[in-house]
Structure formats: structure tokens, C-alpha cells
Write a protein that binds this ligand. Structure first.
Ligand code: NAP
Length: 276
């Protein structure tokens, strides 16, 4: 495919805007944005100055079908958007490759558009976006998980290379598990660190100091994880089979809300399974 492809993006939030910045930097033409009638979307449209701006709520649409269409709305509305798109220019979808960026969903959700001749795939950046990223230099080196039909997968690999990223292909039926793994290393890790932080606060240490105390410990753990196997990186009473200390921990944790003991015990059980 040539470089000056025309792009339409449905949903100009964190990922939609990120893609718009990256694709523009690559040299593609952001031709159409489609969104709800919200302040944020109208602001995004004004910023991008695209040729076409369409509201999902409009009874009739007027935009050309693009070479690439990205659906970057929240996951729970993708299916509705696809149903609506599948009623539009029904005989012209053969040239379009449609992607969504949801971590847990496969391209199966895009089937109504595949039936009209579009190529379909999912392309998920393994990164947490609190805000849109504005240039390839801010995102290079990350992994993108890709899945879909052959044309979509080949194009996704090409796109990932252009953003200086790395791609990994997985089977559609593994997407939920893949995404659950990502959540364990991102959101759940933060939740775990929050429990640890609150335990130190319970010891009478200020939140600020507790965070300062934990950071070198966390950094050392990540460094060990990066350079060793999980079994070699595991330290502490579970690695040493020091059950007397573990028992003291359990007694102390019983005085806190139930979650603390549950999380500690479950992770302890897994530590015993992986210890050297
Ligand atoms: N954020 C991340 O870290 C991240 C990472 C990887 C993948 N993803 C995936 O990327 C996709 C987008 O996530 P996001 O974080 O960018 O979401 P977001 O920031 O909440 O943006 C979603 C956008 O979709 C629009 N929208 C909501 N409902 C709509 C509808 N019915 N019709 C049209 N537009 C609608 C919203 O517009 P309004 O202004 O009207 O609300 C908003 O612009 C999701 O599939 C998500 O799983 C996210």
C-alpha cells in the first residue's frame, strides 16, 4: 500500500487521538473523524481539521469509505458502531481495512463489515494511555498485539514497523487471556502496590514516606525480574520456606480488611509453586 492512505477514526479519545498523531506523522491523511456530539469530540475535530466530521447520532452520513478505518470507542459500543457502519455504502467496503484497538476482543466483532468485503483485524498497543501520545518517539519500542484476516495482519505488521514498534500475533480465542495478562502487569500491579502502601500507613508511616520507601524495593524487584527467571527473582519468606515468619504475617493481616489476607495468601501460594 502507498504511504498517503486515507484514514477514518471513530472515537477521538486517548487512543483515537494517539493514532491520528502517529498516522499523520507516517504521512497518512486523517480524512474523517466520527464521534458523538460531545465537547471533547468537537474540540478534537476542530484540532484535526479533517475533510469530514460525522456524528454517530446523525440519521444520514456523508463521508467516503477510507483505506483504513479505526474504531477507538470504548469496547462496549464497538458492536453498535459496526452494525451502523454495516448499513453504510454496503457495496464499497472491499478496499477498506477496519481495525479496533480493544485488548480483550477479537476481530470477530467486525464480522458484519467482513461480510461486506472489508478486511478486518484488531491492533492493541500494549501500553497504558492516560493522555494521547503525540509522536512516534514517545511510543517506539512497545509491543502491539495483532490478530485478524491475512490482509489486515500484514498491514498491521507494516504499520507497527512504521511506528518503530514490535508486533506479536495471537489467535482470536486468546485475546481475553492476553488482555487479562496485561491487566495483571498494569492495573493489578498498581492495586497490589496500593495494598502494600496502605499496610505501611497502618504502621504509622506517612503516605509520602511509604511511597519513597517502597520505590527502591519495587525497582530492584523489576530489575531482578528483567534479568532472571521468576523462580530466581523470587525472594522473601516464601522463597526461603520460612513458615514461622509467614505465620506472623498472617496473624497481622487478620486485623485488616479481608482483601489483604486473601491477596497475600493467594500470591504466597503461587510463590510456593514457583520457588526454586
Ligand atoms: N487507554 C488505554 O490505555 C488503552 C490502551 C490500549 C487499548 N485501548 C483501547 O482503545 C479503545 C479506546 O480507548 P480510549 O482509552 O482511547 O477511550 P477514551 O479515551 O474514553 O475515548 C473513547 C472515545 O470514543 C468516543 N465515544 C464513546 N461512545 C461513543 C459512541 N457511541 N459513538 C462514537 N464515539 C463514541 C468518546 O467520545 P465522547 O467525547 O463522546 O465521550 C471518546 O472520544 C478501547 O477499545 C480500549 O480498550 C485503550
Amino acid at each position: 500500500m502507498s504511504k498517503s492512505l486515507c484514514v477514518a477514526i471513530v472515537g477521538l479519545g486517548r487512543v483515537g487521538n494517539t493514532l491520528a498523531f502517529l498516522l499523520k506523522e507516517i504521512g497518512y491523511h486523517i480524512e474523517t473523524v466520527i464521534g458523538r456530539n460531545s465537547q471533547q469530540t468537537i474540540k478534537a475535530f476542530e484540532a484535526w481539521q479533517t475533510d469530514y466530521f460525522t456524528l454517530t447520532s446523525e440519521p444520514s452520513w456523508n463521508f467516503p469509505l477510507p483505506d483504513l478505518l479505526f474504531i477507538t470507542t470504548p469496547d462496549n459500543v464497538i458492536s453498535n458502531i459496526v452494525s451502523r457502519l454495516a448499513t453504510y455504502k454496503t457495496d464499497l467496503w472491499q478496499k477498506t481495512i477496519v481495525f479496533h484497538c480493544a485488548g480483550a476482543l477479537s476481530s470477530q466483532i467486525l464480522l458484519p463489515l467482513a461480510k461486506l468485503g472489508a478486511s478486518v483485524g484488531s491492533i492493541h498497543p500494549l501500553k497504558s494511555f492516560a493522555l494521547p501520545i503525540k509522536s512516534i518517539t514517545e511510543i517506539e519500542g512497545i509491543y502491539w498485539c495483532i490478530e485478524g484476516d491475512e490482509r489486515a495482519k500484514t498491514f498491521a505488521e507494516h504499520l507497527v514497523k512504521l511506528t518503530k514498534g514490535k508486533s506479536v500475533a495471537i489467535e482470536p480465542n486468546k485475546k481475553a487471556l492476553y488482555h487479562a495478562a496485561a491487566v495483571m502487569s498494569c492495573g493489578h500491579l498498581v492495586a497490589l502496590l496500593d495494598l502494600s502502601l496502605k499496610m505501611l500507613i497502618e504502621c504509622g508511616i506517612s503516605q509520602e514516606q511509604a511511597k519513597e520507601m517502597l520505590l527502591p524495593l519495587i525497582e530492584g524487584t523489576i530489575k531482578n525480574f528483567a534479568t532472571k527467571t521468576p523462580s530466581q527473582a523470587l525472594t522473601g519468606p516464601f522463597a526461603r520456606e520460612d513458615y514461622q515468619t509467614v505465620n506472623q504475617h498472617l496473624q497481622a493481616l487478620k486485623k485488616l480488611p479481608e482483601d489483604y489476607l486473601t491477596v497475600y495468601s493467594l500470591l504466597g501460594r503461587h510463590s510456593l509453586a514457583i520457588k526454586p
